[in-house]
Design a protein around this ligand. Structure first.
Ligand code: ADP
Length: 268
């Protein structure tokens, strides 16, 4: 569904912020892109819906090359994006009007819009919120409305670009639950985050460091590499909980990692 090959990108023509990145994401996968500040996560996300195009290499989305300007509209309809700040994304004062905004602009028929709004709000757990004021919602609810707005465009891919970073832990958990449920119904989900607990929910975790792929594998493979993650300034103590959880689920986590991480957690 997303195929980037040997992709490099520079904003200023001098320094590459993505270097030789190759990532293939299959239809229906739930992938977390993890990395410290400035590692290139958002730059990568913006390439998926052609807000940016590679200087070198290629990015293909559902078979369409993002560098092909004629595919721009189709690519943006295929890949729905939700951004960091919930307040920047909602355009209408009522929830139902906000979710309807995208399809209305596409000229979708009124009865079809009503169906999409209903289904999208159900998918994000906000049924009954149709006539609520958007500005009275919590940050987590606003992000769920933003996701519903993206879903109303019937995308094949949902990209969350640090969509949880301004939310409290409860809001973050709610958002991840929605992502998991969408994924279980077949949506391809790409979540950009620096929260390791979110990465633990995905099928696959890709860690970026300095614009390069540093790690790529299942959460069980990647998140127990605590030394590497700590080196990338990614919160280690959670890895302790995770390694314990994985161990309790029968995954063979080396004892040295458990003991060392337990010591970290106690020290914290
Ligand atoms: P992350 O999402 O991992 O924090 P970004 O993709 O936002 O990383 O940024 C990667 C690098 O590109 C950083 O060094 C950042 O300063 C730089 N950068 C991001 N956006 C721009 C921009 N619009 N113009 C110039 N440099 C940018």
């Amino acid at each position: 569904m997303i195929d980037c090959e040997h992709m490099s990108f520079t904003y200023d023509g001098k320094r590459f912020v993505l270097s030789d990145v190759s990532i293939r994401i299959a239809q229906g996968e739930f992938v977390c892109i993890l990395g410290g500040n400035g590692s290139g996560k958002s730059t990568f996300a913006k390439h998926i819906n052609a807000l940016l195009v590679p200087d070198e290499g290629t990015m293909t989305v559902d078979g369409m090359d993002t560098a092909d300007e004629e595919s721009l509209y189709a690519i943006r309809s295929t890949a729905g994006m939700v951004f960091q700040n919930p307040d920047d994304q909602l355009v209408a004062s009522l929830v139902e009007d906000d979710v309807a905004f995208g399809p209305e602009n596409m000229g979708v028929e009124t009865s079809e819009i009503a169906r999409r709004v209903r289904e999208a709000l159900a998918e994000v757990g906000l049924m009954g919120f149709e006539t609520h004021e958007t500005n009275a919602l919590s940050g987590g609810q606003k992000q769920r409305v933003a996701i519903a707005g993206a879903l109303a465009m019937e995308p094949k891919i949902l990209i969350l670009d640090e969509a949880s970073s301004m939310l409290d832990p409860r809001g973050r958990r709610g958002l991840m639950r929605v992502c998991k449920a969408l994924h279980e119904r077949g949506m391809t989900v790409v979540a950009i985050t620096h929260f390791m607990e979110e990465a633990a929910e995905a099928d696959r975790v890709v860690v970026l460091d300095g614009g390069r792929v540093a790690l790529d594998g299942t959460p069980a493979d990647v998140l127990v590499q605590t030394d590497k993650l700590a080196h990338l300034n990614l919160e280690v103590p959670f890895a302790c909980e995770l390694s314990e959880r994985l161990r309790s689920e029968g995954v063979d986590v080396p004892a040295c990692i458990r003991e060392r991480d337990l010591a970290h957690a106690i020290a914290d």
